[in-house]
Design a protein around this ligand. Structure first.
Ligand SMILES: Cc1cc2nc3c(=O)[nH]c(=O)nc-3n(C[C@H](O)[C@H](O)[C@H](O)COP(=O)(O)O)c2cc1C
Length: 257
């Protein structure tokens, strides 16, 4: 065994653990319409919120809070804020797109048993933060990392998550009592589901396709693509395999196992 192989073996997860990680990544979906009323046990909620809290953050500032919404009354307020913005959003699309937009279900706020609003406190570590000295939005991106950790952990637990962002920000803040200095990053609908779709619903509905990965990868300089690179040929094969797998299984059982 050469030195490189040895160091890979020391640090790599087992093949089974690797497969589980990729399964969570590729079978994660944004869920809107398949929520079941089944309660989510506190132990499970605790695991996914803890996973979120262990996300990376700029300067380790951990700018997030997790506002857990269980009250039907509060959910209805959040839904009212969504409905207002959703009606405005429809008017921003033209023609066929507007008609299609109106048919899309873009939230499960009331049906999902739990809502979790992940926020960003931009002042948490004071005005000067390691790593945020020049690119000021890094704290916002840190809270987004927390969202993704929660989303993947939830998928592994068999929980669906749907990110709702169609809000006028002040209306969402008012519904949840979030003070002005705190930025809401994601309102997440969380719950067990009847099933997970194999593909993004927007892809299946013909709204947008998944982009070819070879168009997105550049080498050394912006815009420098090279489809003769072995890496690019491998990326094309990997994406084709993922798309073929998704096409072969339009629905996955809710357990996803
Ligand atoms: C920042 C962000 C905001 C989103 N906002 C909404 C939303 O308001 N409503 C919705 O139905 N989906 C929303 N989504 C989910 C996307 O539509 C979804 O991730 C995308 O269509 C790909 O599908 P998938 O997550 O199932 O792979 C959002 C996703 C992100 C990352």
């Amino acid at each position: 065994m050469n030195t490189q192989q040895a160091s890979q073996d020391i640090h790599a997860f087992t093949a089974e653990a690797q497969a589980a990680i990729y399964q969570a990544i590729f079978s994660r979906r944004d869920v809107r319409g398949q929520f079941l009323p089944t309660a989510v046990p506190d132990e499970v909620l605790s695991r996914i919120i803890t996973a979120a809290h262990y996300a990376p953050s700029v300067g380790f500032m951990q700018p997030w809070n997790f506002l857990v919404v269980r009250s039907d009354e509060i959910k209805r307020k959040v839904h009212a804020a969504f409905a207002e913005a959703h009606a405005e959003a429809a008017e921003m699309f033209e023609g066929d797109k507007r008609a299609t937009y109106k048919t899309l279900k873009l939230e499960g706020i009331v049906e999902s048993p739990v809502g979790i609003c992940i926020t960003c406190d931009r002042e948490r570590a004071g005005p000067v933060v390691v790593g945020r000295t020049h690119m000021k939005t890094m704290d916002l991106y840190s809270s987004v990392c927390a969202v993704q950790n929660l989303w993947l952990a939830a998928r592994a637990e068999g929980l669906g998550v749907g990110w709702v962002s169609i809000f006028n920000q002040p209306a969402l803040q008012a519904a949840l009592g979030i003070p002005k200095g705190i930025t809401p990053i994601a309102y997440l609908c969380v719950g067990y589901v009847s099933h997970f779709f194999a593909k993004p619903e927007l892809e299946a509905a013909g709204w947008l396709p998944r982009l070819p990965i070879e168009d997105l990868v550049y080498f050394d300089q912006w815009g420098n693509s090279d489809d003769q690179q072995p890496l690019v040929r491998q990326l094309v094969r990997d994406q084709a395999a993922m798309q073929a797998a998704a096409n072969a299984s339009p629905l996955q059982p809710a357990t996803g196992q």
